[in-house]
Design a binder for this molecule. Structure first.
Ligand SMILES: Cc1cc2nc3c(=O)[nH]c(=O)nc-3n(C[C@H](O)[C@H](O)[C@H](O)COP(=O)(O)O)c2cc1C
Length: 957
């Protein structure tokens, strides 16, 4: 006789009760105690353990104990064969691996995994405490009962499922035509949407059945219900394992996209994957996001706590290296009480060594500049200038490494630089830890680190309790919650770490909840990294210790949303940089409280159990908590407005007369290649001639944002309250929405919106397009206008149209529409007062030899070779019609029917140089003002020659 059928029981529905099921089975089979006595003791233990969770949970566990014994069945087996089974990796789990693992996995981890750890030799284990990365991708635990499967007909390609997945097991993939043709038959993909950057690509969401934990977080977070759960074994049968393996073999195209956006970040390879965190963990999505945004130059100092356990469980390490470049996150763990000092030490160490490198580079250029090749000299000079920008430094470092290696023998000064070459890339240095670390045990260190003004970036994964050690209360545990050491409900307010850090005034602080607002989270991480100084990110992380009724952590993202909506968890960003420019540094991102706090609290047993055990205490503490939350929200609202009103006092005075009749305006744009964005900003510039402190400002400074920033309908309504909304939108693809308007359109077109959802909202639309796209001419703008009207919004003005085919392109239609718009806004037309405006570009000359110039290509594009350029019309004929053939040789350039190729003509620089009397070989660097678009700014990330600017960048301004 052998084991029981408890496995069937587990699969049938009792997976979450596995502990008690297996304990019951153990006593029955082992005979340690008479079964009846053992079961009676076990049931007593169940009652004691779960009494605070309520009768339903107690009864469920007792039922599981009884059912386990009833489900026991005898299985006949051959004892000799059983004893001879070789529990090695081939027969165990390795068959699921899609590629050959490194020797550390086969020689060390597999032995541990298959209970042969005793065979390990000391020499096989790393002696210095370092272990190789990227191990978990070979673990293939296959623990989920069910895993998510996508319905590509419903998927809107928003990448939310991937962003919220705690284990990086569900990801978006982009494939070329050829790659799609080679894909397995069940690999269902759709044309990638979102504008030019996606041209010719196909999109699919795919989960890895053998890495997924089955938490269902993604299924619940999907805004359109495109994901459903399917038994794992069925998905394997239907080819989803093969789909995943195939998707992973396709080149990653992340470099085409901006990692500092929600959608773009999810196309970057996550360098934290398949960790052993609890299913539905609320912490890991934040750490994973950091690896996607900055992973290739990331250094993490991790405090002890959950994040050090899922982050570095010996020996399966979930931090990984990038498959293509081998670069990845460097991660180290220190104690609770000294992690901030550990991280600060690293920051200071790197800063000092980089200063040393800078000195050496300067010395080498001064003393050995002549010995160097022009290319090396120019790259070193560029590094001196741009090396403090993380991503530019990474690119320069890649270009520098081979040259330094080649030329290190030329002079001892060059050889000295080589010793520090790992520091050409500016690392992105972060500290991770939980609320116990940040608020209690490590607080002294954190305070010291942020007060020092150093560039420390601190992520607090706030589960509001010591999760890893079993749920002890921390200073972050809110009033009224039950935790160990606070069994009668915590009677103190949660420590306001954010307020304490903001009091310093020089610390960037953000409070985020990824499932509530993905965009705000990504923005906060991007701003924190960019900020030259300390940053503190408070991240709301639902945890098993919150003990959610019914849903468990499957509703992790929805819980975050509810927490924000009811005012339990505020979303804000405090950016001292804004104050330097005279603006209010505090932005409250969760302006409105709409949800019910009590409903939110009562879904979690940490609050509900107090209601059962001590109703009077619960009423008192939860009442006080509600009062506090209200007070805090109004204080945050005031903070967001009050400072501004101070800053704006002069503006208001000046505005009194001039703009008393003028309307507030919100300008929002959808733009693919930047033209509409330019028009929107130009219009905003007209509106606020001279800027914020200018008395002649024509009406209150308008907010300008892209449409996706308003993709939450509530946000749209709030932003338009009391203002006129001017929507400017182009059409791309063939009737598609621009890439920064797709999410907006998904929300606006949702069928579940009330018929008068937008009543009271006043708006007008300016569409940009090309009438040669006859049937889809300005389709996106038209759709927006129709839908807003359908939802009860009031259109104030007929749609304006900017047509590429008009004489002055969009300008023709815009100039006709503009006077009507001024009238609508009750504002006089702007007069050019002739005063100088803030310069858009600042140009600096450099005394250096000519640069080796490669053609400048607009970001997101690839350069193709012109294979043929032949005039088709006779030379005397007025029209110059040509046959141009482009070579696709060696380009990762999937090409689909209907896609577009842009030809960027070169200016005749010779004439321009002569006209402007400039030396084309002079080297310049260009600093762009904030009003220059990101796209154009990126063109000036490196030094260029005057000729280059006039030849290829002439269209920039
Ligand atoms: C690849 C591509 C596809 C386009 N598709 C359309 C279209 O379907 N309908 C339309 O009216 N205009 C279309 N246009 C024209 C653009 O809307 C127009 O050039 C506009 O000024 C671009 O503005 P933007 O840079 O802000 O996106 C397309 C342009 C490109 C480059």
């Amino acid at each position: 006789m052998f084991l029981a059928c408890a496995g069937t029981l587990v699969l049938n529905c009792m997976g979450k009760l596995i502990n008690n099921i297996m304990t019951a089975v153990f006593f029955e089979l082992s005979g340690v105690l008479p079964t009846e006595q053992a079961l009676s003791l076990l049931k007593d233990a169940v009652k004691k353990t779960y009494k605070n969770k309520g009768d339903a949970i107690v009864n469920q566990n007792i039922k599981a104990v009884e059912a386990a014994i009833e489900a026991l069945r005898t299985v006949q087996y051959d004892a000799a064969k059983w004893a001879a089974i070789d529990c090695d990796r081939e027969s165990f789990y390795a068959k699921e691996r899609d590629s050959e693992p490194p020797t550390y996995v086969t020689d060390v981890l597999d032995k541990v995994q298959t209970m042969r750890g005793h065979e390990l030799k000391v020499s096989e284990v790393e002696v210095d405490g370092c272990v190789p990365l990227s191990q978990t991708r070979f673990a293939k635990r296959g623990v989920a009962e069910s895993v998510p499967v996508v319905d590509m007909d419903k998927c809107i390609q928003c990448n939310v499922c991937s962003a919220i997945c705690p284990h990086a097991v569900i990801r978006p993939f982009l494939l070329s035509n050829m790659e799609l043709q080679k894909a397995p038959s069940s690999f269902d993909a759709r044309k990638a949407t979102g504008g030019n950057t996606y041209a010719g690509l196909h999109f699919r969401i795919q989960a890895s059945p053998n890495d997924c934990t089955g938490c269902e977080v993604c299924t619940n977070a999907c805004p359109v219900g495109a994901l459903s759960m399917m038994p794992r074994l069925d998905t394997l049968e239907k080819g989803h394992g093969a789909n995943w393996d195939y998707a992973m073999s396709v080149p990653n195209r992340g470099q085409r996209f901006d990692a500092n956006t929600l959608k773009g970040s999810q196309f970057q390879e996550p360098l934290l994957e398949f960790s052993g965190a609890c299913e539905g963990c609320g912490e890991t999505p934040y750490a994973k996001l950091v690896t996607q945004m900055f992973g290739k130059r990331l250094i993490v100092a991790n405090a002890t706590g959950c994040s050090s356990i899922w982050g570095g469980t010996a020996g399966w390490v979930p931090y990984a290296t990038d498959k293509e470049t081998g670069k990845g996150a460097a991660w180290g763990n220190s104690l609770f009480e000294d992690n901030a000092e550990y991280g600060l030490g690293q920051v200071i160490h790197v800063r000092q060594r980089r200063r040393q490198l800078r000195d050496r580079v300067e010395a080498a250029l001064a003393r050995a500049g002549k010995a160097m090749s022009i290319a090396l000299r120019s790259l070193l000079e560029q590094w001196l200038e741009f090396g403090e920008d993380g991503s530019i430094s990474e690119r320069l470092s890649d270009e520098l490494q081979p040259l330094l290696e080649e030329e290190k023998g030329k002079a001892k000064e060059i050889a000295e630089i080589v010793r520090l070459k790992d520091l050409f890339t500016k690392p992105s240095m972060w500290m991770f830890g939980g609320d116990g670390w940040a608020n209690d045990i490590g607080y002294g260190g954190i305070d010291h680190a942020i007060a020092s003004g150093n560039n420390v970036k601190i992520v607090v994964l706030d589960t509001e309790v010591y999760s890893n050690t079993g749920g002890q209360s921390s200073k972050s545990t809110p009033m009224g919650a039950v935790a160990k050491f606070a069994q009668a409900g915590r009677d103190q307010r949660k420590k306001d770490l954010g307020a304490m850090a903001m009091a310093y005034q020089h610390v960037y602080v953000a409070s985020v909840a990824i499932g509530a607002n993905y965009k705000q989270t990504v923005e906060a991480f991007a701003e924190a990294e960019k900020y030259d100084g300390p940053a503190l990110l408070l991240c709301y992380a639902p945890c098993i210790e919150h003990r959610f009724f019914k849903t468990g952590l499957s509703a992790m993202s929805l819980d975050q949303k509810d927490a924000v909506e009811c005012g339990y968890w505020p979303l804000y960003r405090f950016n001292p940089r804004l104050a330097r420019d005279g603006n209010n540094p505090f932005i409250l991102d969760s302006k409105k409280v709409t949800g019910d706090v009590m409903k939110f609290l009562n879904r979690q047993n940490r609050y509900a159990q107090l209601v059962r055990s001590s109703p009077a205490v619960a009423e008192k503490l939860q009442g006080e908590l509600q009062v506090y939350l209200k007070q805090r929200h109004s204080a945050l609202r005031e903070k967001a407005a009050a400072d501004l009103s101070k800053e704006a006092a002069s503006l208001k005075d000046g505005l009194k007369e001039a703009k008393s009749a003028a309307e507030q305006v919100l300008i929002t744009f959808g733009s693919d290649t930047g033209v509409t964005e330019h028009v929107a900003k130009k219009f905003a510039g007209f509106s606020a001639v001279g800027g914020f402190s200018e008395v002649n400002c024509r009406f209150p400074l308008p907010r300008v944002c892209d449409l996706d920033e308003l993709s939450d309908i509530e946000e749209l309504k709030a932003a338009c309250a009391g203002a006129i909304c001017v929507v400017m939108c182009s059409t791309c693809g063939h009737g598609d929405f621009p890439q920064n308007a797709g999410l907006f359109w998904s929300s606006l077109s949702a069928q579940n919106l009330a018929s008068k959802e937008l009543s009271g909202l006043r708006f007008c639309v300016f569409g940009m397009g090309d009438r040669s796209y006859a049937d889809s001419f300005c389709e996106a703008a038209k759709k927006i206008e129709d839908r807003m009207r359908e939802l009860g919004a009031e259109r104030l003005l007929d749609m304006g149209i900017g047509d590429d085919r008009d004489e002055d392109k969009w300008e023709t239609g815009f100039q006709k529409w503009l006077p009507k718009l001024w009238l609508t806004l009750k504002a006089s037309e702007p007069q050019d007062d002739g005063r100088p405006k803030e310069p858009l570009f600042e140009v600096k000359y450099h005394e250096m030899a000519a640069l080796q110039t490669s053609p400048l290509v607009p970001p997101g594009s690839q350069l193709l070779r012109v294979a043929e350029n032949r005039r088709l019309t006779p030379s005397g004929y007025e029209r110059d019609i040509r046959h141009v053939a482009l070579s696709l040789e060696g380009a990762d350039f999937p090409f689909d029917l209907g896609d577009a190729v842009a030809i960027y003509p070169e200016n005749l620089a010779k004439e321009a140089l002569a006209f402007l009397d400039l030396d084309g070989d002079r080297v310049i660097s260009v600093k762009c003002s904030e009003h220059v678009s990101e796209r154009h700014r990126r063109a000036f990330e490196r030094r260029v020659t005057v000729r280059q600017v006039l030849t290829t960048l002439g269209g920039t301004k």
